[in-house]
Design a protein around this ligand. Structure first.
Ligand code: NGQ
Ligand code: ZN
Length: 453
């Protein structure tokens, strides 16, 4: 059994010193001992934190990071960004998708994110025809996760329409489109791919109320009764307006009327939820998947997070478009968005509590629920997924306990992640993923070729 002696670690019982983790051959923590001698254990000298789940990613979009920040001739918006993104999506072959995903996953691990929820909708060949294996590209995402050591919950997406009321899809969406029968084969293959990787899990993702009809939603939730379900909802004002025009209801209200919202649901963005919708999500125990950097980048708007958490609402964070891949920047952006909104400081923490610690704990629990991870954290029964912050980094001078998390998230902490372990295996060493050189070289070739074309 592998053993790690952690000098300082955040456990479910709080900060502890000198604990010893014993890891089984399956990568699961079999024992946590306090004050046990560490003679046969690997000594971990920094601050150890559980790895955070990244509950929402479109890995391929990493390829256009920074390329959509030039103003066009008209007003730029989410919808003009989407045109750029669609054009890029049409250019990628399976090897390209895998190479870009592996780069994104390396960057996630280096950031301290140890699981990804891959909301995967690029299914078919460039001409729109299904691959011989209809789950080819989902399989490539799992291959990229396995190569990098990242845990993945693969969420194959059902996408059938271009707008409310079952409007026919556009030509630019041809790689995403399935009928229910084809989706059954895509999802079956995705489930098989996830099952073939020890750290793979599976859920489904009806893309949005724009892309899926109410009847289709009901059929899907019935056909996949047990797994996590993710959906984009209420992200843009236009989506709210179109939903009101088509159905006389706001998106989350419509969703809650259509299917029983529950703990297996993860509602991505939920930006324009009104008070009743926030209550409905909180009561159902559903997770809201906030993606603060992408939501800022796309001009989505502000989610009323203080009100939502006051109602007992659960949330986690995702890197979504992967325009920047950073756990600390997602968490600080989340808190700052609420300070802009409420004109208060320490908006998302209860009185006399660390904001960083509160956000960290919430997003660990919310992300784990949304991705169907079971037990997480430095506890018996959880996978040995942990991040080591360099205790000698100047960001932590004079800091102990939760001040370490606050200084990591809000302070000048670039380069603070020194090591990352997944299933007890070290995948990041000295701040760098152990396979970064090869994965970066492969991705560089792909990006230079595809962007020049
Ligand atoms: C996506 N992204 O699925 O990548 C979407 C754009 C759409 C965000 N919603 C496509 N941020 O919503 O139709
Ligand atoms: Zn998304």
């Amino acid at each position: 059994m592998d053993k790690f002696h952690l000098d300082k670690a955040l456990t479910p019982q709080g900060w502890r010193e000198n604990i010893v983790l014993s890891i089984g051959a399956d990568g699961i923590i079999a024992a946590v001992d306090e004050g046990a001698p560490a003679a046969d254990a690997v000594r971990i000298r920094g601050f150890a934190l559980p790895g955070l789940p990244n509950l929402h990613s479109h890995a391929f979009q990493r390829g256009i990071a920074g390329l959509t920040e030039v103003a066009g001739a008209g007003d730029d918006s989410f919808w003009t960004w989407r045109d750029w993104m669609y054009r890029f999506a049409l250019a990628l072959d399976p090897d390209d998708v895998e190479a870009i995903a592996a780069l994104a996953y390396v960057e996630m691990l280096e950031a301290g994110l140890t699981t990804v929820g891959e909301f995967h909708y690029l299914h078919h060949d460039r001409d729109g025809r299904p691959y011989a294996d209809p789950a080819e590209l989902g399989r490539r995402c799992v291959a990229a996760a396995a190569e990098t050591g990242l845990a993945i919950t693969l969420l194959p997406v059902f996408y059938a329409h271009s707008g409310f009321g079952g409007q026919p899809p556009g030509e630019g969406q041809r790689r995403f489109i399935c009928d229910l029968d084809l989706f059954g084969r895509v999802a079956g293959g995705a489930a098989g791919a996830a099952a073939s990787y020890a750290r793979g899990r599976f859920g489904i993702a009806p893309h949005s109320l724009r892309a899926v009809t109410q009847d289709e939603l009901r059929l899907l939730t019935g056909a996949f009764p047990d797994c996590p379900i993710h959906i984009h909802v209420s992200e843009q004002v236009k989506e709210v307006d179109d939903c009101l025009a088509a159905h006389g209801a706001r998106p989350i209200a419509l969703l809650a009327d259509t299917v029983p919202l529950s703990e297996r649901w993860c509602l991505i963005h939920a930006t324009h939820a009104d008070a009743d919708e926030r209550t409905a999500m909180a009561r159902a125990g559903a997770v809201v998947g906030l993606c603060p950097i992408t939501e800022a980048n796309l001009g989505d708007g502000l989610f009323e997070g203080v009100d939502f958490s006051g109602r007992g609402g659960r949330f986690g964070v995702g890197t979504d478009s992967n325009v920047a891949i950073s756990a600390t920047a997602e968490l600080s952006m989340l808190e700052y968005s609420q300070r802009f909104l409420t004109r208060r400081r320490n908006a998302l923490s209860p009185r006399n509590a660390s904001t960083g610690r509160t956000l960290f704990d919430s997003c660990l629990a919310g992300g784990a629920q949304a991705l169907g991870l079971g037990t997480v954290g430095l506890a018996v029964g959880a996978p040995a997924d942990f991040v080591v912050l360099d205790a000698g980094h100047i960001a932590f001078a004079g800091r102990t306990g939760d001040a370490v998390i606050d200084s990591w998230i809000f302070g000048p902490s670039a380069g603070a992640v020194s090591e990352v372990y997944v299933s007890g295996r070290r995948v990041v060493d000295g701040g760098r993923h152990v396979a970064r050189p090869a994965i970066e070289a492969r991705a560089r070739k792909v990006l230079e070729r595809v962007i020049a074309a």
